[in-house]
Ligand binder design. Structure first.
Ligand code: ASP
Ligand code: MG
Length: 469
């Protein structure tokens, strides 16, 4: 049993849906599998915009509903004859009607809570899966629509709910296990124990696929998307970036966290649990082998596996003679930022304890300074700490790979390459997993730094069959 997940861009319109159906028809001959789908491309965003307009009492939300409706109806017109399209349109129309009623409710109450927004967003996946189920049956593949809200149980953290694994796996086994048809399961959406709709976070359908795979003890989880796999680095900056053939779960998690947006980072959790390989495949180039993410990967000669880049970063420097040897200062700083819901991306502190340096998203940095100024007023007045220094227009580059562990000389090679290219490094962090060295540089140096590091580590490695494509 396999799981195949297709993302929004793979089912963006009728011709793409036909491509997906071809892939599925070929799969039917190979053995049993389950499908997981995202919403059609752009639909989740339209749903969110519609909800926000309705909340403001702006009746323009109706235009957004019409656009959502038109996207699906246009696909139906191409995929079905007029006669056969009727029951499909009827089913879709029912969902659209429901959506319109809910949004009318939002318009009247002028409030769209996170809970309501999850319900509104759920229509994207319900519509796409309804449409695909009909189309597969039309193509002679016996398919069955399944609403993941009956399978995936979460807490009530709307917008980014946490999965309750044991209940979820039990339900998946019970409700999907014995199905003879091809199950077409809605990605992204879930429900609490009390059957209130939740979602798994933006791009969460990958995670759904992995949960279904783990629940069914699948042999593999295929994530079909619009690129050949995980790339060695950002191709916008480095033109000879290549597709990585194999990654360990940990490497994939690090890379996806650090901006290689091919796969949702949480996807790895259920797969690791059950040791199921995840394969990234390209819907528009299915012959490509893609990237396989699994437990034990083949030995490769490159010291690193990939280089990620996170843009729009600011560094916040917290310095002061009074910080030395005083326990709890870091804890206070972190809890101040946590209470303001600000996310710290990178931390570096020298052993002199004289300064702590935090990497934050640019758009959260000013707020961070404001909260710290407010909460650490006394320390600032008594000059225990100096005024905060904010440096903006930066990027974090993360060099990632299991091979770095216990291998001396990697940071030497990395920083001497950067030094030779005269790239100034503002801060450095390495976790003790030794799987990731992150450093901060000025935005203007990003392309040069990525090219330099890519060249330093990959020129010979690619020849040694680490990559393809
Ligand atoms: N449709 C959802 C989103 O756009 C989930 C997904 O695409 O995976 O975030
Ligand atoms: Mg996606």
């Amino acid at each position: 049993m396999k799981v195949l997940k297709f993302g929004g861009s793979s089912i963006a319109d009728a011709s793409r849906i036909q491509k997906v159906a071809e892939i599925i028809k070929a799969e039917v001959k190979r053995g049993p599998f389950v499908l997981v789908l995202s919403a059609m491309k752009g639909i989740t965003n339209l749903l969110i915009q519609a909800a926000l307009l309705a909340e403001q009492g702006d009746r323009d939300y109706l235009t957004f509903i019409s656009r959502i409706k038109a996207t699906h109806a246009t696909a139906v017109k191409v995929l079905f004859s007029e006669q056969k399209g009727k029951p499909v349109l009827h089913d879709l129309e029912q969902l659209h009607g429901e959506l319109k009623d809910f949004l009318h409710g939002v318009e009247l109450i002028r409030e769209c809570t996170a809970r309501i927004l999850d319900l509104v967003m759920s229509f994207g996946e319900r519509l796409s899966c309804m449409l695909m189920t009909h189309y597969l049956n039309e193509c002679g593949v016996h398919a069955l629509f399944i609403d993941a809200r009956d399978l995936i149980v979460t807490d009530d953290a709307y917008g980014n709910a946490s999965v309750i694994y044991s209940q979820t796996y039990t339900r998946i086994k019970k409700y999907v296990g014995g199905i003879k048809q091809v199950p077409v399961i809605t990605g992204f959406i879930a429900a609490t124990e009390n059957k209130v709709t939740t979602t798994l976070g933006r791009n969460g359908s990958d995670f759904t696929a992995s949960l279904i795979g783990a629940g069914l003890d699948a042999e593999s989880i295929e994530i079909w998307t619009d690129v050949n796999g995980v790339l060695s680095t950002d191709p916008r900056f480095v033109k000879n970036a290549f597709t990585i053939r194999e990654l360990s779960y940990e490497e994939a998690m690090e890379l996806s966290y650090f901006g290689a947006e091919v796969i949702h980072p949480k996807t790895m959790i259920p797969a690791v649990d059950k040791n199921i390989p995840i394969i990234i495949k390209n819907t528009f180039n299915p012959e490509q082998a893609g990237t396989i993410i699994k437990n034990k990967i083949k030995k490769h000669t490159a010291a690193i596996s990939g280089i990620a880049c996170i843009e729009n970063i600011a560094l916040l420097n917290i310095e002061g003679g009074g910080m030395v040897g005083i326990p709890g200062m870091a804890a206070r700083i972190f809890s101040i930022l946590a209470s303001a819901a600000l996310n710290i991306i990178m931390i570096s502190q020298g052993s002199s304890e004289h300064s702590i340096c935090l990497g934050l998203k640019q758009n959260e940095a000013l707020e961070a300074v404001r909260s710290l100024n407010k909460e650490l007023k006394k320390e600032l007045e008594s000059k225990t700490i100096n005024e905060f220094v904010l440096i903006e227009e930066l990027v974090i580059i993360a060099v990632i790979g299991d091979n770095m562990r216990g291998t001396p000389g990697i940071s030497g090679k990395l920083f001497s390459a950067l030094g030779k290219a005269r790239i100034n490094v503002l801060a450095i962090a390495q976790g003790s997993s030794e799987r990731n060295i992150s450093f901060v540089i000025h935005k203007k140096d990003s392309a040069r730094a990525l090219t330099t590091v890519h060249k330093a580590f990959f020129t010979t490695a690619k020849a040694a069959n680490h990559g393809s494509g």
